[in-house]
Design a protein around this ligand. Structure first.
Ligand code: GLU
Length: 480
């Protein structure tokens, strides 16, 4: 394969959403798989919606996902600038060239006129294409319209009776007749290029070999190929990746609040989980393993294995994938990352090694680390808040709690063995076993009937805290 150059070309109008992240990831994986270049291009000519701040947000999200770019903003290369707002002069020159070669013409129609004509055509049951009314204006007519101060945009001449045919890596043979579109604007009256014009020029000048993007852009390919041909550029290969649908089977969209990467990041999802899950939105490896590291994804990825049918964004599945990564990585990989989500009260109370142990115990199946806030509750020192069920467990068990306090008090070395021994001894002394022994102890210490391994909770919380909490429970029980 020739030296691969692919690009991700977002409009920086907000945080990176799931669809954009998946497109970026497929491009990145493809580039890394083939030792090629991953280029980032900011399509920021929509001045009302794009801003530098939003670009920063997007770059940060990409960087967090680990999708490093070889050329782009903050990373100069030989084909810059990489922001379309800094390439306006380039688009203007090419538009000029097309005007000179009579492949484009100035159009003086006002937005109101265009809208009226569009509606008329729709009412007549015809496709709402531009009718070409400015195509054949004479020099004099043009001068008159300019003198009248009408808006002047530039339209590309669509030649009739032809078609474009290309082989999409994912979708196979695609054919579009030219008459699907009317003469289209390439340069707006404000001097800014339209998406199709700018994207085609940039992809050609940046020597992009494979255009990998969302299926919603498939029909844009027709206009872009016309631009390539008119300017004498060779075509890149195309791969249009299928849509991502929400659980209601409609397209995920920013407007409907499509999940964005920043939210996942703030909830403390491990990035490997997100990347792994995103990779499987439309792609699958030849074998059935669903949990892959980033390196494995790079090794396995191919555009040929991207499915043609849409994929469904499913948070449950994401959580499952993510939890597998947490389990694999454990504290060694994730403790530092998870630390901000451990409540301050616990950080004040425990040493680092104890916090790591708590993390290991509670993170076993944890998809994202903000859950630590609630999952570490059993390790909070002092008498716990109680569920109704747990309160019931205190009733008439004053003696049992005092016995536990005594037995733990006489533990020599504070370790799991001694703790388990003490619990057994209390069972014998008070004539209770099984649930009747463990449940009240758990309720008294944690305020709940379920949770992580009880002996570990007792050990980590420490002798003083455990005895104090049990004495408190005995006092409560006495009052009931
Ligand atoms: N700026 C376009 C977008 O955000 C890029 C489409 C393309 O990759 O050509 O969808």
């Amino acid at each position: 394969m020739q030296d691969v150059r692919v690009r991700f070309a977002p409009s920086p109008t907000g945080f990176l959403h799931v669809g954009g992240a998946r497109t970026a990831l497929f491009n990145w994986l493809f580039a890394r798989r083939h030792g090629g270049a991953f280029i980032l291009r900011m399509e920021n000519t929509d001045i009302e919606r794009s801003s530098g701040e939003r670009e920063d947000d997007m770059l940060e999200d990409l960087a967090w996902l680990g999708l490093d770019w070889d050329e782009g903003p903050r990373k100069d290369g030989d084909f810059g600038p990489y922001r379309q707002s800094e390439r306006i002069e380039i688009y203007r020159q090419y538009a000029e060239q097309l005007l000179e070669e009579e492949k484009a013409y100035p159009c003086f129609c006002t937005p109101e006129e265009l809208e009226r004509k569009r509606k008329e055509r729709i009412e007549e049951g015809r496709p709402p294409r531009y009718d070409g009314s400015c195509r054949n204006l004479t020099g004099k007519e043009r001068a008159k319209r300019r003198a009248d101060g009408r808006p002047e945009s530039i339209r590309f001449i669509v030649t009739e009776g032809e078609k474009k045919r290309f082989s999409d890596i994912i979708r196979g043979e695609v054919e579009f007749p030219h008459h699907m579109v009317g003469d289209f604007v390439i340069l707006r009256s404000n001097g800014l290029p339209t998406y199709n014009f700018a994207a085609a020029i940039d992809d050609a000048l940046m020597k992009i070999t494979h255009v990998v993007r969302g299926e919603e852009h498939l029909s844009n390919t027709l206009r872009q190929l016309m631009i390539y041909d008119a300017l004498g550029f060779g075509w890149p290969a195309f791969a249009h990746i299928p849509l991502i649908l929400g659980s209601d089977r409609t397209k995920l969209s920013k407007r409907k609040g499509a999940p964005n990467i920043r939210d996942f990041r703030e909830r403390g999802y491990p990035r490997e989980g997100i990347v792994n899950y995103l990779a499987f939105l439309g792609w699958s490896p030849p074998d059935r393993d669903e949990i892959l590291s980033v390196e494995e994804l790079v090794r396995e990825f191919s555009l040929e294995r991207v499915s043609e049918s849409p994929s469904i964004f499913d948070v449950e599945k994401l959580n499952w994938v993510s939890a597998q990564h947490t389990r694999r990585g454990g504290a060694a990989r994730y403790f530092e990352e998870a630390l901000p989500y451990i409540p301050g009260e616990l950080k004040d109370r425990y040493r680092q090694d104890e916090l790591r142990e708590i993390f290991d115990i509670v993170s076993e199946n944890m998809p994202f680390f903000s859950r630590l806030m609630e999952e570490t509750v059993f390790f909070r020192p002092g008498p716990p808040g109680m569920t109704g069920e747990a309160v019931q467990m205190l009733k008439r068990r004053e003696g049992l709690f005092s016995a536990f306090a005594d037995a733990f008090g006489s533990c020599g070395e504070w370790n799991t063995e001694c703790i388990r021994g003490a619990i057994k001894e209390v069972g014998k002394r008070c004539g209770v076993k099984g649930k009747e022994l463990y449940m009240p102890l758990r309720a008294a210490l944690t305020g709940a009937l379920h949770g992580p391994d009880l002996a570990s909770i007792v050990r980590i919380r420490g002798k003083k805290d455990v005895i104090g909490t049990l004495k408190h429970a005995a006092g409560e029980a006495a009052r009931m």
